[in-house]
Design a protein around this ligand. Structure first.
Ligand SMILES: [Zn+2]
Length: 182
């Protein structure tokens, strides 16, 4: 397939467009999701990566946008949500996104879900779910299944070695005076 964006629009396949919103406009969840879906479609068709787009908003005001850039940046972690979290943290100059919400066109994969917890976002609003992602060839559902398995049954082996030495290094953190807790 090599349709361009305009051809998809002409055919009615794409009906949403990335907004140029004023900075302080408060949007509804429906409007924010429309933007996430538009981002996903337009950036995918522009060759950025997979069909995923995310918004981080605070009280309806868009703080940051993100879209999948795995293949264009050779970064397997460049999922829309991760990119969006990084952008929001840069905008707000913090690693703590408490009070912000993630709006994403597809349910987050386990990596992105964990990142939401690390970033302390207060809510996730998603469109399609991870079985929809599986249906178009993405591993989200498989990884969710793997997480439910004991270590020895997972497809990627996980093995513990040198635990005493590793623990000694961790204890240095406790003694560090000027550490920033997160
Ligand atoms: Zn993800």
């Amino acid at each position: 397939m090599s349709f361009c964006l305009d051809e998809y629009r002409t055919q009615g396949i794409i009906t949403v467009t990335i907004m140029t919103t004023p900075a302080n406009l408060r949007l509804t969840n429906h409007e924010l999701m429309t933007e996430a879906i538009a981002l996903a479609q337009e950036k995918m068709l522009a060759g950025a990566g997979g069909p995923f787009g995310a918004i981080i908003a605070r009280q309806g005001i868009i703080i940051a946008r993100g879209w999948n850039q795995v293949t264009s940046t050779n970064d397997p972690t460049a999922h829309a949500e991760i990119v969006c979290i990084r952008n929001a943290c840069t905008v707000l100059q913090t690693f703590d996104l408490s009070g912000c919400e993630l709006i994403v066109n597809c349910e987050p994969c386990p990596m992105c879900l964990a990142a939401v917890y690390w970033a302390r976002l207060k809510r996730i609003i998603y469109g399609a779910d991870h079985s929809d992602a599986a249906a178009i060839g993405f591993a989200d559902a498989f990884i969710y299944q793997e997480l439910r398995l004991p270590n020895e049954d997972r497809s990627i082996p996980i093995q513990q070695i040198m635990s005493a030495e590793a623990r000694a290094g961790l204890k240095l953190w406790l003694a560090l005076d000027n550490k920033i807790l997160y």
